[in-house]
Design a protein around this ligand. Structure first.
Ligand SMILES: [Zn+2]
Ligand SMILES: [Zn+2]
Length: 382
């Protein structure tokens, strides 16, 4: 029996009674698409979240007071998704069929972001971070060269926005430095050279050290590009096995090309899109390049390892055959890129509401030879 996803929705009004959460299910009201996927408190008075799985529901949070500039953590409704997501296996045992690929297998952890209201004690994408109250929030130091094109020349400093928070209990495969059990990824949502993309920062922490956590995250800069500010998502990490595409050595490709073609002929499954690198936001595995690989080296001389990829979309036409999870398939029936805006596939493919360039990704790399875990990043897009 396939695993089922439990959807539990609990809403509480604030003591002031100014929030009046309403639970509804069914289609979004027509004409409200422009408020879809917005962070509560950032824009508009109505927020809609689509939850997908064995059922589809929309939650409408009605606010009767102006959006709270303190940001998403003031959201008083609670929506808990306990998701189990399963990537279907490929049609064949790939390392058995093509032994040359076996040593190139890597484990990636698909994070399966879905809209929700994570707390600082949960792993999340775009959610509140467990942050020491007495530690200043990181600010980007503003225009430099062509940085901050959107705000130039007015934006002196912009708060970084939460992108990912990963606890070791959820993603033990991360290369935590000694004593750490929490990784936080933030970035400045403005365009930065050299790729006109957000610029990330990392924090490795020991969660037990944070006894007095910050209660509210600062709101994003009002001129920040909404496509660069992830909407709050809960995560459901799932390990999968990957094989390289862009990172496949040319000499190996020459050896396996005919077998790959034979598999496609026999099964209809294509190595590059269906059997190799998982799309979407993930930890480890191979970077979700859309262009030629560009691996950074550490200053110590060691090549860096792929830490994680933050992707615009979880899948697209062409790789959907393999990478849409079993649990999501019922809700994906009839999906098409030009389909109606309220179709639930939007919330599966693009839960965090990101658009990095033209469906691009940001790839973070880390040196595991250096105890301080220096990192670097790359950006590319179609
Ligand atoms: Zn910046
Ligand atoms: Zn190093």
């Amino acid at each position: 029996m396939p695993p089922t996803k439990r959807i539990a929705a609990t809403h509480t009004a604030t003591s002031s009674g100014k929030h009046h959460p309403v639970f509804t299910s069914g289609r979004l009201p027509p004409g409200d698409d422009d408020t879809y996927n917005k962070v509560p408190g950032r824009k508009g008075v109505v927020e809609k979240v689509s939850i997908t799985g064995t059922a589809v529901a929309f939650v409408t949070m009605s606010r009767t007071r102006p959006p709270n500039r303190a940001g998403a953590t003031s959201f008083t409704g609670h929506l808990t998704i306990t998701g189990v997501y399963t990537t279907p296996p490929g049609p064949i045992d790939l390392p058995a069929a093509i032994p040359q690929l076996a040593p190139l297998a890597r484990t990636a952890i698909r994070l399966h972001p879905r809209r929700g209201t994570p707390t600082a004690e949960q792993s999340s994408m775009g959610g509140p971070l467990l942050w020491p109250a007495d530690e200043p929030w990181p600010m980007c130091d503003g225009p430099r060269g062509y940085d901050h094109l959107d705000g130039w020349p007015g934006e002196a400093e912009a708060p970084l926005v939460p992108v990912l928070q990963l606890y070791a209990t959820d993603v033990p495969q991360l290369p935590f430095p000694a004593g750490a059990d929490l990784l936080q990824v933030l970035w400045c949502p403005f365009d930065h050279e050299p790729w006109s993309s957000p610029r990330p920062q990392l924090r490795w922490r020991r969660s037990a050290d944070i006894t007095d956590p910050r209660r509210l995250m600062p709101p994003p800069d009002t001129e920040a590009e909404p496509d660069h500010v992830p909407d709050p998502c809960v995560l459901a990490p799932e390990p999968v096995t990957e094989y390289p595409t862009f990172d496949l050595p040319q000499a190996v490709w020459a050896q396996v090309r005919d077998q790959v073609a034979q598999i496609r002929q026999d099964t209809g499954w294509q190595y590059e899109s269906d059997l190799a690198v998982a799309p979407g936001t993930k930890v480890g595995g191979y970077p979700g390049w859309t262009q030629s690989p560009d691996w950074p080296d550490c200053a110590c001389g060691a090549p860096m390892e792929h830490l994680l990829t933050v992707a615009s979309w979880e899948f697209d036409r062409g790789d959907d055959k393999r990478w849409i999870t079993r649990e999501d398939r019922p809700a994906m029936a009839g999906w098409a890129p030009d389909g109606p805006a309220e179709h639930p596939w939007l919330a599966i493919r693009n839960a965090a509401g990101l658009m990095l360039g033209d469906v691009g990704g940001i790839y973070l790399f880390v040196c595991t030879a250096c105890p301080a875990r220096p990192f670097d990043y790359r950006f590319d897009c179609c």
